[in-house]
Write a protein that binds this ligand. Sequence first.
Ligand code: F6R
Length: 259
Amino acid sequence: MKILILPDAEAAADRVAGLIAARLRQAPATVLGLATGGTMEAVYARLIAAHRAGTLSFARARSFNLDEYVGVAPDHPCSYWRYMREQLFDHVDMAPGACLLPRGDAADPAAEAAGYEAAIAAAGGIGLQLLGLGANGHIGFNEPTSSLSSLTRIKTLTPSTRAANARFFDRPEDVPRMAITMGIGTILNADEVLLLAYGEGKAAAAAAMIEGPLSASCPASALQMHRKAVVVLDEAAASRLTLRDYFDCVHPGGREAEI
Ligand code: F6R
């Protein structure tokens, strides 16, 4: 795992957006794995700015999002499809049909999940997977005790995850109880993963992910098994790392290692 610690959330988002942009410039036909949530809004804003400045194109890229709520149609105001349109898709040049999310309103959600996993494989797999981090250590909606080799499937959300996402809904009770999510195995199959977390609320999960035992109790700890995982944190999210001195020594100020 490469651990990059930036001074604040703005710098961390800059860094992640920069890494995504660099990958797209080097490999324009990259298959992106995308995430939703509050953390990603600053990243997408930066990608849109780069696109508007004429320095970044998504025209040859494709994307698969991590997850969608079960029972929520794409045109629902709280759907992740709507989030992605508002935060990214409507503002960049991705080709029509190139951006996929699981259909939350599928008549058979289990079949939808299996079909989604097959579609990722048919696209050649995810090239770069973007991830946020749940305060409980989840990635995607793989809640604690998720199988570390799971594929796309239906997961029941924990009360803490529903509470954390209640801000996107009119009433807390409107937050769906289940989601279709890529599995941890799906995420580990990506060529490269890039996780961003900021704020004190993510510090315990970040420490468990990076320094804790490999355990389904912290699903993000599965990234310890990935060959090319980059974790970008701000100071607050890094505040509980005990190996902080080492990470600073390898990547001072979050810069690339000098050989
Ligand atoms: C979003 C997702 C989640 C979020 C995580 C952090 O598609 O799969 O894992 O990345 O819950 O959410 P925020 O960024 O809102 O703190």
